[in-house]
Design a binder for this molecule. Structure first.
Ligand code: ADP
Ligand code: G3P
Length: 505
């Protein structure tokens, strides 16, 4: 068998290709950003053709730079930004419209109408999700209603939908020359169209959004010995390799962090934050504002479920300080600035730029900086931004404890923001729980590689993967209980100030 497994990680801001050896170490990586298209307030789009071009490019470059070839890869996995919706013509390969990104809020009226029309409870029951702009179904409905010719093409079977995993699988396996139209259970669980119990598209959910069923891809396991397809010999991989792993990026990170037992959780700090708790083969329905979602399904094993706390804006608040306010020139600088002051000086920043996701689900919220006095400086705002990342994670952790009864004894973390030592110390202080980061911090790509490799016997058991996980760094809580309670009370007050700001009806 070949010595390596490859994984494409198609994220919100960039796409990377990574090559892993049997110990789970990265032996090659290449990464490219793509354009964030912001046509109006609240709208976020990506160009699917640019994403495919960047994907091809990172695959070619990473293989060439390491003098590796298709024959060195035992299998390939894909992981992706979830929910982001692409609709394209299967005969021409042309997208009808830009991909509408998970952060996009243009469907707020569609989402609030669902609740008004009494469909919210059916959606929560069947899909495990609250009606919100976040999920794919409303985005597909918007394209069907607003882009000329799409509905007729969809009814004729020519216009098809996929998240970016499906778009890339289709292109990698042949595109107009016979590409597959496939997704996995984790991605499907974020569309708002899949029934969590049957793991199939649900006609009632589909009818809420008036989506022709033939637009939807086939739903397959996240790790599939019956491969989804093979890469084209003349494609970017340069040879035929089996595609056997497909997971949404947050579920992939959960696998990369080897959270295979019920009660194990990870928190990924990227553009947003996503905490997932493995709830085992039991579907736990959230009462505290979390999502019930798929964790993974490996081959013909029973599906594993998760509770998820999704936070829309965390690392992107750091980007906002850099790009919109210009108070730092690079993300890493926030740490130096925040360290200039001892504490937040009374300032709280709630970055509800896309409304508030878990556990509030309030699309009428907008961002607020509160508690300002003349004493405050940029340094307090920098500190409040890092605290906001951690307080939002505290909201989600509390909800998780309520829903599952599980008390975390350690929080496994990964993602871009975990490079920030101060933020990770704050997280341990605010939660009162140690925070632990693994040596291989690229857990998302690693999880997709694990899913692909398990399917072809490159790794034989999940226990082998657990052996690969090693701690790099741990932060212990230092705050007193009193400090923690006082700080969190301020945060909760600040959150109240952001609510009911925009009129979504
Ligand atoms: N040292 C740092 N301190 C705080 N935030 C950081 C730091 N380095 C990167 N980030 C943030 O991390 C995010 C990128 O993380 P990444 O895991 O690559 O995200 P994604 O997968 O969502 O693209 C950016 O939003 C950036 O602002
Ligand atoms: O691309 P990321 O890492 O920002 O993750 C995005 C999530 O999948 C959105 O649900």
């Amino acid at each position: 068998m070949a010595d390596f497994v490859g994984a494409v990680d198609q994220g919100t801001t960039s796409t990377r290709f990574m090559i892993f050896d049997h110990s789970g170490n990265a032996v090659g990586i290449h990464q490219l950003e793509h354009e964030q298209i912001l046509p109006q307030a609240g709208w976020v789009e990506h160009n699917p053709l640019e994403i495919w071009e960047r994907t091809s490019s990172v695959i070619r470059t990473a293989l060439n730079a390491n003098n590796l070839h298709a024959s060195d890869l035992a299998a390939l996995g894909i992981t992706n930004q979830r929910e982001t919706a692409v609709v394209w013509n299967r005969k021409t390969g042309r997208p009808y419209y830009n991909a509408i990104v998970w952060q996009d809020t243009r469907t707020d009226r569609i989402a609030s109408a669902l609740e008004r029309e009494g469909k919210g409870d059916v959606i929560r029951q069947k899909a495990g999700l609250p009606p919100a702009t976040y999920f794919s179904a409303g985005k597909v409905q918007w394209i069907l209603e607003n882009v000329d010719g799409v509905r007729a093409a969809a009814e004729a079977g020519d216009a098809v939908f996929g998240n970016t995993d499906t778009w890339l699988l289709w292109n990698l396996t042949g595109g107009t020359e016979g590409g597959v139209h496939i997704t996995d259970v984790t991605n499907a669980s974020r569309t708002m169209l899949m029934n969590l119990e049957t793991l199939d598209w649900d006609d009632e959910l589909i009818s809420f959004f008036n989506i022709p069923r033939q637009m939807l891809p086939e739903i397959r396991p996240s790790s599939d010995p019956n491969k989804y397809g093979e890469t084209l010999a003349n494609g970017p991989v340069g040879g035929v390799v089996a595609l056997t792993g497909d997971l949404g990026d947050q579920q992939a990170a959960t696998v990369g962090q080897v959270c295979f037992n019920p009660g194990e959780a990870k928190n990924t700090y990227g553009t947003g934050n996503f905490m997932l708790l493995n709830t085992g083969t039991e579907l736990v329905r959230s009462k505290a504002g979390l999502l019930s979602t798929m964790c993974y399904k490996f081959g013909d094993e029973a599906p594993v479920y998760a509770l998820e706390g999704s936070i829309a804006v965390t690392g992107s608040a750091v980007q906002w300080l850099r790009d919109q306010l210009g108070i730092i020139s690079g993300a890493a600088e926030i740490e130096t600035l925040a360290k200039q002051v001892e504490d937040n000086g009374g300032v709280y920043f709630v970055p509800a730029f896309s409304g508030l996701f878990a556990p509030y689900w309030r699309s009428d919220a907008r961002g607020a900086i509160v508690g300002l006095s003349r004493f405050n400086t940029n340094a307090h705002l920098a500190r409040a931004t890092l605290e906001a990342i951690c307080y939002q994670s505290k909201d989600v952790t509390d909800a998780m404890e309520k829903d599952s009864g599980v008390t975390l004894d350690v929080l496994k973390v990964d993602g871009g923001v975990t490079a920030n030592e101060l933020a990770m110390q704050m997280q341990a202080d605010i939660l009162g729980v140690p925070v632990s980061k693994p040596v291989v911090a690229e857990t998302t790509a690693l999880g997709a590689a694990y899913a692909a490799g398990l399917a072809v016997g490159f790794w034989k058991t999940k226990e082998e993967l657990v052996q690969n996980w090693n701690e790099d760094k741990r932060w212990e809580p230092q705050w007193s209980d009193e400090q923690r309670a006082e700080g969190y009370a301020g945060w909760q007050k600040a959150v109240q100030r952001t609510l009911d700001w925009v009129d979504v009806d």
